[in-house]
Ligand binder design. Structure first.
Ligand code: FES
Ligand SMILES: [Fe+2]
Length: 442
């Protein structure tokens, strides 16, 4: 506010004298001005941030990355999450585990993460792999350690044509077969100088590598989802989790129908901490599931399908508008595709990938593609709800022991059927976890 001030006249002697008793307007004096300016700037920034948040919420894909210790542990005041996670990992009984790395295709990166000429150091199935995109646009994956003196090709290595150049002495290896094609200071390249190539493919905007304990070639291909390739279904987000469990525990969930209507019944707003999901006041919202599981026959015996019918009740009332049908197709040991179909929310797909990093450490992603004409908010919401349900499983997986001979009822029989089906991904030489947790026997 403007303030009034009596104008004073300064005479030649320097004395101030009031010319008249009437207050006169002088130059604007604004004592509140800095405060007001700060308020204005704060308000403007808040509005801008709000608009940005709204824009991101409505238009940008969801990206949710969970740290290893962030989800699935019982936290206590005295100990940090990391301490709890480490203790659980150390103390937990592992049980009589199946082999730790089943044969199959595993997602390692999204296509967008690897530009032409890029190199990435990837840890998969306990191995270091140098993954790079050649100048021909193709993806190549090689064992990361250089046979010369062991430098990691992916750390400082450079793509030259369709080869990778070692950062230590400049040896170059072809992406296709891993053979050394050039040693900058040597007259001759020994014919046995090579690194092991990993079969790789790029499907549905993902980069995958093939693992077989005996080095066999891929036995099947990763099916392409036409709607993704042709752009009818677009990318709407991804979640990432690290889970402390054997890989088989995760897909086995598909054959375990009984847990659906127990663990996954409390409404998604009840959260992910199993100590509280059943006790919160938000139990007026409940999920109800009906499931069926079938393995596929030749030539797709590496695939199986779960048919899932989901309904939501609010205060016990069923709203058929919220019914969702999901077909979860498992493709090999590390890929599950969840197809969504909803009467008015349209169709889409969540690609779930489970990739072993270490014997008991899985890296899991959920990537959603959805009809392009459906607002991004809807698939993002679906992915968020799926994430809540998934994190309830994480709390079980992170703390459980693998029971090789479980005590099952007749109603649990699908778990055994699923185990028999999954055993096709193990061979005689599949790596086992030894007594010492960090060593593997090939
Ligand atoms: S260690 Fe790779 S070129 Fe020497
Ligand atoms: Fe589950």
């Amino acid at each position: 506010m403007y303030s009034l001030k009596l104008k004073q006249h300064v005479d030649s002697a320097g004395d101030a004298e009031q010319v008249s008793g009437e207050p006169l307007w002088t130059e604007a004096v604004l004592p509140g001005c800095p405060v007001r300016a700060v308020l204005c700037v704060t308000a403007a920034v808040t509005v801008l941030l709000g608009l940005l948040w709204l824009y991101r919420l409505i238009f940008c894909p969801l990206l949710l990355r969970r740290r290893l210790d962030e989800v699935g542990y019982v936290t206590e005041k005295q100990r940090s999450r990391a301490q709890v996670a480490n203790e659980v990992r150390r103390r937990r009984k592992t049980g009589d585990l199946p082999p730790v790395y089943p044969n199959g295709w595993y997602r390692i990166l999204d296509s967008s993460m690897l530009e032409r000429g890029d190199v990435k150091d990837v840890t998969v199935l306990g191995q270091q792999v140098a993954v790079f995109r050649g100048l021909d646009g193709r993806v190549y994956a090689l064992d990361a350690y250089c046979p010369h003196l062991g430098a990691n090709l992916a750390v400082g290595g450079r793509v030259v044509g369709n080869c990778i150049e070692c950062p230590f002495h400049g040896w170059q290896f072809g992406g296709n077969d891993g053979k050394c094609v050039k040693i900058p200071y040597a007259e001759k390249v020994p014919h046995f100088a090579k690194v092991r190539p990993w079969p790789s493919c790029e499907v549905n905007n993902q980069i995958l590598v093939w693992f077989h304990c005996d080095g066999e070639d891929p036995e099947w291909t990763v099916p392409e989802q036409q709607e993704i390739t042709e752009g009818q279904w677009v990318y709407r987000g991804r979640t990432e989790h690290f889970i402390n469990a054997h890989i088989q525990e995760l897909p086995e969930n598909i054959g375990d129908f009984a847990h659906l209507n127990f663990l996954h019944t409390p409404g998604f707003i009840s959260g992910t901490d199993l100590r509280f999901t059943g006790t919160r006041i938000c139990t007026f919202l409940q999920h109800i599931w009906k499931a069926q599981w079938e393995p596929e026959s030749e030539p797709n015996k590496h695939c199986s399908r779960m048919f899932l019918q989901h309904t939501l009740t609010v205060f016990g009332q069923h709203f058929s508008l919220l019914d969702v049908h999901v077909v979860a197709r498992q493709v090999g040991p590390g890929l599950v595709w969840m197809h969504f179909k909803h009467s008015f929310l349209g169709r889409g797909l969540i690609l779930q990938s489970v990739t072993p990093v270490e014997p008991l450490l899985q890296f899991v992603t959920h990537t959603i593609y959805y009809q392009a004409n459906v607002p991004a908010l809807i698939p993002k919401f679906i992915l968020r709800v799926e994430c809540v349900q998934f994190e309830r499983d994480v709390m079980i997986w992170n703390n459980k022991k693998y029971v090789s001979k479980p005590l099952l009822t007749k109603e649990d029989s699908c778990i055994q059927r699923h185990r028999r089906w999954f055993s096709q991904f193990y061979s005689d030489n599949s790596p086992q976890l030894q007594q010492r947790r960090d060593t593997l026997h090939f």
